[in-house]
Ligand binder design. Sequence first.
Ligand code: NAP
Length: 372
Amino acid sequence: MSKIPVGVLGATGMVGQMYTSLLADHPWFEARYAAASPRSAGKTYAQAVEGRWHINRSAVSAAGWGEGVGGLIVEDANDVSKAIAAHKAGRCAFVFSALEMGKDEIRALEEAYAAAGIPVVSNASAHRWTADVPMLIAEVNPHHADLIPLQRKNRGWDKGFIAVKPNCSIQSYTTPLWALMQKGYGVKRLLVTTLQAVSGAGYPGVSSWDIIDNIVPYIGGEEEKSEQEPLKIFGEINGGGVLVNAAEPKISAHCNRVPVRDGHIACVSMEFGVKKPSIDEVKKIWSEFRALPQEAQLPSAPERPVIVREEADRPQPRKDRDADKAMAVTVGRIRPCPVFDIRFVGLSHNTVRGAAGGGILNAELLKHKGYL
Ligand code: NAP
């Protein structure tokens, strides 16, 4: 099968670099178009990332970004006409958006790409709360992709669309919660405390003076995202094709930045409704959980979306973040909670599962469903 040529907007950033690395050996997609800020435009990709290449993954090629990508001339992501030309020339069937700029600017820019017929699979938060834009975790709400025809109709778009992925911090608990909900164990209330890696803040991110020998108990906007985004993901599409957000669980989040390179931890206490699972049932449900990406054998899907560790001191970022292509959520410390019902610790790799890897898995899902 010849590979589908794709573009990466924000290709020079923390998430963009992970995109080019993961696409380097992807069986379906290859990066043939790169765009970033006007500061990088006109440079080769190799020049633009020189001195700020952060990806240290043994799985990627020695060059890191894949054959041919180093020589690509980086375009200005604000200039949609460049992407349209690449699209027409067969070098950019759709784009991954990993831009970091003002929300209104990203919203308008992603809409301009979609209106030009270029689908956008985005990591940015700008469109997460746009009613007709699906916010996808491929194992949890793949059916929300079916909002795309409505989105196209609403906006008069022919081939373009926007699909987004949620915030990185919620990955560590949303899939485990969904696995329990699927088995009839509704979660009513949730307390979550996240310990989030510095790569989550992009580059240069948090000042070394702020994070070495320290924990910062505030990440702007993160607690709101952690509390609200799962409700859209757990929502249902009603008879009229409109997504109705879930009312539960009610979530209280504390988000902290910690001096860890990659991997977000979430310490979670869950309160169930009338039907409460035992600890053994929770472990069994999580160990056995499989969903559409596994059944369809999508290339980036982890074999086991949720990995249960029995050791008293796991999961840990350094030991567990790369589990199953860095796409699995590792859970441990599953035990009774004296205030709610059951508590656990979840971990996911924030720039892979929580960003570029999750975006690529979403694109694989969208291709599987015929939208790409
Ligand atoms: P980053 O390291 O700061 O990279 C930002 C990218 O955006 C760079 O390619 C940069 O280009 C480009 N950019 C900045 N200003 C621009 C402008 N005015 N016009 C066009 N392009 C511009 O950020 P990041 O951590 O990769 O995050 C990227 C996006 O993913 C953000 O929306 C973030 O919220 C989201 N996200 C990040 C994570 C994570 O773990 N880091 C997880 C989930 C979602 P230059 O290099 O030329 O400046």
